[in-house]
Structures are given as C-alpha cells and as structure tokens.
Ligand binder design. Structure first.
Ligand code: TYD
Ligand code: MG
Length: 465
C-alpha cells in the first residue's frame, strides 16, 4: 500500500496545502484549512494506489452532426423557469446556493410538487430534515397531496441504489450537498473531498441516465463546511437564492448556465404559504417610496431581458471622523469610491468631510454599471438637500473622465418607466433612438457636471469649484 500522506485542504477554495497555515494563500480566507485524506482537492491528482490499466479507445467524431436537443422540464413556476432558462434540463446538474434559511428547500419543494402533479417522477432526498419536517412544510405549502417521492438519506451509494429501482426519476433533488457522503472518500461529511466526490457521483448519474438533478448548497462564511463554490465548475448551472433577512422578497439569480442566459433573475416573495412569484418586480422595489426626500433617485435597470426599476438612496452627512465612513448596501463599494472621486475631480463637489451611506431599496443588489448616474444623482441630491423630481428615472455609466456613457436597452428602460407612471428620464447622450412621451421630456447629459448643474439649478461653469 502506498504511504498515506497528510494534506490540508482549504474548505473555501479547495486548494491543497502540504502544511497547515492560519490563512489560505490562494483565496486569502482565514481558518479554512482542514486536514484531509489524499484523495481530493485541486492538484491532488489521481490516487496512486489504483493500479494502472490500459486505456480504452473512444470514438472520435466531428463538430457537425445531429444535436440532441436539450429537452427541458418546465416547472410552471414562471420565475423559476425564467432563471433556469426555460426549465430543468434533462441529464444536467443544477446547483442552488444560498444562505441557510433563505428558502431553498421551500422553493424546491414547491417546484417538486408542481412537477409531480404534471406526472413527472420527482424524488426529493433530504439530508437535513427528517421526513416529518418535510411533510410539515409540504402541508404548509399546500403540496402534501402531490406524488413527490421522499427520502431522508445522506449516503450517495444508498441514494443511487434507491433511485435505481423503478422508473428513472425526471428530477432528483438533493438537499443539501454538504450532508452527502460517499464510501469512496474517507473524509468527514461536509469537507471539500466529500462534497466534491459526492457531487461527482451524482453528476455522473445525471449524465449517464438523463435525469435532471438539483444540488442544494449552503453558502457559509465560516468555512467550516465546504461552500458550494467547490462544485460550481462541475455543474451545468448555478443559481443563487438571495435576499435580506428583514425583507420578504427573494431573488433567484443565474450565475452560470450552460443551456441558457446567465443574466436573468426570478423574483419571489416569502409568505406564510411559501414563495409567491413576483412578476412585476419594479412595483415591489418602488413600493414605499417617499418622493419628497432628498437623496433618492430611481434607477431604471435591466436584469437579463427584463427592466427593473429600483430606488437608490444616499445619505451624505457631515462627519466628525478623520477618515469619513463609506457604507454601501446592494452595490459595489469600489464603484461608489469611483463615483465620489469623479464628483470631486470633475464636478468640484467635496465629500472629504462627509460620511456617505448608500442603500439600494428593499435589499435588492445591483451589478450593472448603468446605475452610476442614479447613484451620482442621489449623492448630489443628498449633499445639497435638493430633492430630485419624483417622476424621473436615471441610468447611464460614468467614466473616470466624467463623461456619461451610453448603456444598452435605453428604449426598454424608458418604456418600463413610462408604464409605471414616470414622466421624465436622465440618460446618456447618444443613447440611440428613443421614442414615447417620456423621451421628449428626457435630459441627456454628455458629462456628469451637466447633471450636477441641473440638480443644483445653476448654469454650468467651467470652474465649478
Ligand atoms: P427553508 O426553505 O427551510 O430555507 P433553506 O432551505 O434555504 O435553509 O426556509 C426557511 C425559512 O422560510 C424559515 O425562516 C421559515 C420561512 N418560511 C415561510 O416564511 N413561509 C413558508 O411557507 C415556509 C415553508 C417557510
Ligand atoms: Mg433547507
């Protein structure tokens, strides 16, 4: 037998280290290195104990030829199907990640029930909850009468043996990947080696039989349990279910999709009877808007093919601190620093004595650079104490030179704004052809300083400061 070697695997990124250290130099996380067997991790290589066998020739083929269409099974839950790109793909593996308690099991129970009612064979394997708990949830969701097949099991070999009986399942849900363990790996459940080996076995099952599988993964900050990141590259699709603890709505975001677009989101609201679809998210995000307060600007954003309007709130307050505070919720903090720097350098607005807080209403998270203009408008409005027009939307990217750059889908953003009762827009010059009543009342600054001048109600002066 080969000598067994000790190795330490980072539970966050999967990098193998030969020595223990407090910090992983690959990903920079602290306290994530755990001693494991030599059978896993990035760079671990094939097990040396296996005897070498002669390779088997595979049939080489050409790029052209028949393509088996990726047949999907649509759940009928519109927002979920939108995020998956039209339904679960047979023979593929999908990872649904998210914080504990965000509603992953609820969403998948609802999807399982909907699909089982359509006549598909759906197997739900839970390693986290007992059968009674799952039944209780199903009752609450009004799904107890659907023919979903249920098991509470964590061993991969047992699960595979169980589903081998009877008709091949159309969809197999494994809740969660962190609880699975396989006899093939000798590490503890929840470690990178186990998570990866179990996921691999299940994905192999999906590819070889044509069943669709869903792996649930908890995202943890502590790194004690291997995060779903270590299986992200193995699966065909990754969805993240996110939301703020205090808010009721949840966003299902596509991070990776081998069979569809990756910029779609599905929006849900958590109620006492499970997750409800929200087909018009803008109304939700603009829900409790106070229109007279300074520091609020409505951003006309896009999520994939769908426009989403959301309020951006800024608070600029005098700071007693030597290094003023900058806090951001729902947006990129380095992007905020950039906007502040552009406002200082090109528009002569000083934030050095001020704390700056930025919040995207309702726990929504924006990743588009098109939000720059709305952020700048909210910041200037808060600093000057001048409220922005309540019926105005903003979008546009700001470059480091202070220019306002066009972004895609200007017409669609304006159309959505008009539909929701907005009468004017501030958008980049050169946004292409825009039509509609709102277009005639829109302001198209070429530079950020023009917008600042408009908000302050003053003429643009060359020497703004
Ligand atoms: P759950 O699906 O168990 O989360 P996860 O699987 O992501 O850990 O959802 C847990 C939360 O959702 C819990 O705090 C209770 C809440 N919830 C509702 O508000 N309404 C419902 O109908 C259900 C089933 C759960
Ligand atoms: Mg759960």
């Amino acid at each position: 037998m080969a000598k067994s070697r000790v190795q330490f695997i980072c539970q966050n990124c999967g990098t193998v280290h030969s020595r223990w250290a407090g910090k992983c130099d690959a990903c920079g996380e602290w306290n994530t290195l755990i001693e494991e067997g030599t059978s896993g991790g990035i760079g671990a290589g094939p097990a040396s104990t296996r005897s070498a066998r002669k390779g088997r020739a595979v049939v080489l083929t050409s790029l052209s030829g028949d393509i088996e269409d990726a047949p999907r099974i649509a759940s009928g839950i519109g927002e979920l199907d939108r995020a998956t790109g039209g339904g679960f793909v047979r023979g593929s593996a999908l990872l649904v990640g998210g914080d504990p308690g965000i509603g992953k099991s609820t969403l998948l129970t609802q999807a399982a029930a909907a699909l089982a009612r359509q006549g598909h064979r759906i197997v739900y394997v839970s390693g986290e909850e007992a059968v009674a708990q799952i039944r209780l949830r199903a009752q609450r969701l009004g799904a107890a009468d659907s023919p979903v097949e249920l098991a509470a099991e964590t061993n991969v070999e047992d699960i595979l043996a169980t589903i081998a009986e009877g008709r091949r399942p159309d969809l197999l849900i494994l809740d969660s990947i962190q609880t699975l363990w396989t006899d093939l790996a000798d590490s503890a459940p929840g470690t990178v080696t186990q998570v990866r080996a179990s996921a691999q076995a299940m994905i192999r099952y999906a590819k070889s039989t044509g069943a669709a599988i869903v792996l649930v993964g908890h995202v943890t900050k502590e790194g004690q349990i291997a995060g779903p990141r270590v299986v992200e590259h193995m699966v065909d699709g990754v969805l993240y279910f996110e939301g703020e603890g205090g808010h009721h709505y949840r966003i299902l975001r596509t991070v990776k999709n081998r069979f569809g677009p990756t910029d779609e989101i599905g929006v849900f609201e958590m109620s006492d009877k499970g997750l409800r679809e929200v087909s018009n998210p803008s109304e939700l995000f603009l829900g409790e808007r106070s229109t007279k307060a300074p520091g609020a600007a409505v951003f006309a954003g896009m999520e994939g093919t769908r426009p989403v309007l959301v309020e951006i709130q800024a608070l600029v307050a005098p700071s007693p601190l030597g290094t003023p505070r900058r806090a951001v919720v729902g947006w990129d903090s380095s992007r905020l620093s950039m906007i502040l720097a552009v406002l200082e350098a090109h528009c002569g607005i000083r934030f050095a004595q001020h704390d700056v807080y930025l919040n995207v209403a309702g726990g929504y998270r924006i990743s588009e650079p098109a939000a720059d203009l709305a952020v700048a408008a909210a910041l200037v409005s808060s600093l000057t104490g001048l409220a922005l027009p309540a019926d105005c939307v903003y979008f546009g990217e700001i470059s480091l030179s202070g220019a306002v750059r066009p972004v895609a889908h200007a017409q669609q953003r304006l159309k959505e704004a008009e539909k929701l009762g907005f009468g004017q827009g501030v958008l980049p010059a050169g946004s292409g052809e825009i039509a509609g009543a709102i277009a005639t009342r829109s302001f198209q600054p070429g530079a950020l300083v023009d917008l600042v001048a408009k908000i302050a109600g003053t003429k643009r002066s060359k020497n703004a400061d």
